[in-house]
Design a protein around this ligand. Structure first.
Ligand SMILES: [Zn+2]
Length: 390
């Protein structure tokens, strides 16, 4: 990652003034500051961890910083996501973060990706950057960032927080292990609560995010000993730091010399949970399918599990061929009969009960589930015209 000295950009007099306290450190100096100016870092997430990472990387003069987030600033974010302020409530987090960063340091370039990081867009987004900082807090995105980091050869600066406990490491750097070497499989869905469910001490991401920013700067500068091969565990209640040595797994599915994962996969299916830290509403088009859209899919013989959430006596009145009956009252207890990887379409008489069933499945991590808009009566009206409407 070290750029050759003769290709490093010059600093203006104003930049020399601005970074004076860096230039005074022998390990950084003029050359180090030029390396920072030439460097590019992608930060995924502008939440609790992303806030200090972005603030400090911007202030330190990292020349190009990319930020990825799909979310808007919410009132409950302000307790820890210190890059955002009350004046930006409801605004895109990427915009709020960029404006704050450029206010601190207008000398840098900030690129904004107002989107979720996905297997489809990850290579393109990460392309221009030297290293990736993981500021997210959900397993699908964590595995996605890890695999992206290995497949592109960019180090992954990792952090994770919960209540009073934090972790940090550097993966896929200096021949060290990757996240999958340590955690080959995600935890079972529902076992690990998110910060949205379990809470987090507001200052904790400040501590861990600052460590991530430090590691990123060290990697760029090529100084010190980074956290590659070590997992740092921080307990805020005990004020204790512990280190666990990490080994590269010779059979790692992504970073060994006989990898099984050679391209980005479906990480929500792999983890059996959604890639978003908070629940999206389940109203709206994203979750709806119309009768004619469903007809089209069935005609094309797409693999769909059609679930009728009505009662057995209603099924006798009308029924879409190939559907399975799971009455609304049994959806929660019979969820194990369904698979988050399946494409599921739910229907009832007019769409009300199936919307409720969809909420239950969506909150359990199902993302490939849709609600037949208008229920079987809409199907009878638009598709099977000889079917009774009741
Ligand atoms: Zn690995």
């Amino acid at each position: 990652m070290t750029k050759e000295q003769n290709t490093l950009p010059d600093l203006s007099n104003e930049e020399i003034h601005r970074y004076s306290r860096h230039l005074l450190i022998p390990d950084v100096g003029l050359e180090g500051q030029k390396k920072l100016k030439a460097a590019s870092v992608l930060v995924v997430g502008t939440g609790g961890l992303g806030s200090p990472v972005l603030l400090y990387l911007a202030a330190a003069g990292v020349g190009r910083i990319g930020i990825v987030d799909y979310d808007t600033v919410d009132f409950t974010n302000l307790q820890r996501q210190v890059i955002h302020g009350e004046s930006r409530l409801g605004d895109l987090k990427t915009d709020s973060a960029r404006d704050r960063m450029l206010d601190i340091n207008p000398e840098i370039q900030v690129d904004v990706y107002n989107d979720s990081l996905t297997s489809e867009n990850a290579f393109e987004i990460a392309g221009p950057y030297d290293l990736i900082v993981d500021g997210t807090d959900n397993f699908p995105t964590r595995y996605l960032i890890n695999d992206l980091s290995v497949l592109t050869g960019k180090p992954n600066v990792y952090g994770s927080i919960f209540r009073f406990d934090g972790q940090a490491s550097v993966f896929n750097a200096d021949g060290g292990p990757c996240y999958r070497c340590i955690f080959p499989e995600p935890p079972p869905p529902g076992l690990v609560p998110s910060c949205a469910e379990g809470g987090v001490l507001g200052v904790l991401p400040g501590t861990i995010g600052s460590i991530q920013a430090t590691e990123a700067l060290k990697l760029i500068l090529g100084i010190g000993e980074n956290l590659s091969g070590k997992l740092l565990l921080y307990d805020a209640l005990d004020a204790s730091f512990e280190f666990v040595n990490l080994e590269k797994n010779p059979d790692c599915k992504v970073c060994s010399d006989h990898p099984e994962v050679t391209e980005l996969i479906d990480y929500e299916a792999f983890c059996g949970m959604p890639a978003h830290d908070h629940e999206e509403g389940t109203a709206g088009e994203k979750w709806d399918i119309t009768a004619s859209q469903l007809e089209e899919k069935l005609k094309n013989e797409e693999d769909i599990r059609l679930i009728d959430v009505r009662e057995p006596h209603e099924q006798e009145i009308s029924n879409i061929e190939g559907s399975e009956l799971i009455p609304m009252g049994e959806v929660a207890s019979r969820m194990s009969e369904l698979d988050t990887a399946d494409e599921i379409v739910l229907y009832c008489k007019s769409g009300t009960r199936s919307t409720r069933a969809l909420e239950i499945l969506a909150s359990a991590g199902f993302r490939k589930v849709k609600n037949l808009k208008g229920g079987i009566n809409a199907w009878a009206r638009d598709v099977e015209e000889d079917m009774p409407i009741y």
